[in-house]
Ligand binder design. Structure first.
Ligand code: SF4
Length: 185
């Protein structure tokens, strides 16, 4: 098992955009290695921590899911602005994967099929309804919206691959990683 060797704790975050949360489930499958992870890192933001505002000066952020709506767009840009290293975490973030299956449909057609022909409600249109965020025309992989420093492919990535990546990222690698994109798995 790779040992994390760190000095000061890494400021660590994970985010959940357009995905099924399976990548986060796989992260939790690190099991006892989570103890070592959180001895080396402070978790500042994550769907498993329920923190509302994405913090500033984050060292490493793993982003699960593709960019599918205006809220994802805003959060992705905020993550990029506030994170030293951004990692595309899982196939939906890396390629669009399952989330992008709706790309063969126009958004208006999709909403009509779901809300008019489906449960019998009016389509909500492109602008959203003030409750649900508006869908963007096409689902995009993360690197088409913001610059990404590393990729962890897989649907979901297996825990050993996640561990390899997280170990490298928390082991003083961020400076090196900025110099060339890194692909794990
Ligand atoms: Fe879910 Fe697979 Fe997408 Fe991860 S990559 S969010 S497991 S569908």
């Amino acid at each position: 098992m790779t040992q994390l060797v760190t000095g000061k704790k890494t400021r660590f975050a994970t985010a959940w955009l357009g995905g099924c949360s399976g990548c986060h489930m796989s992260l939790l499958d690190l099991d006892e290695r989570l103890i070592e992870l959180f001895q080396a890192a402070d978790l500042l933001y994550s769907p498993i921590a329920d923190i509302k505002e994405f913090p500033r000066q984050v060292d490493v952020t793993l982003v699960e899911g593709a960019v599918a709506n205006v809220d994802h767009l805003e959060l992705a840009r905020q993550i990029r602005e506030r994170s030293h290293i951004v990692v595309s975490f899982g196939d939906c973030a890396v390629t669009g994967n399952v989330t992008s299956l709706r790309n063969r449909l126009e958004v208006d057609d999709l909403l009509s099929m779901v809300y008019r022909e489906g449960p019998g409600r009016e389509p909500r249109g492109r602008e959203g309804d003030g409750i649900l965020p508006a869908l963007i025309p096409r689902v995009l992989p993360l690197h088409q919206v913001i610059a990404v420093d590393a990729f962890i492919p897989g649907c979901p990535p297996d825990p050993d691959t996640i561990w390899e990546a997280v170990s490298a990222l928390l082991h003083g690698a961020p400076v090196r990683l900025k110099q060339e994109m890194r692909y794990f798995g």
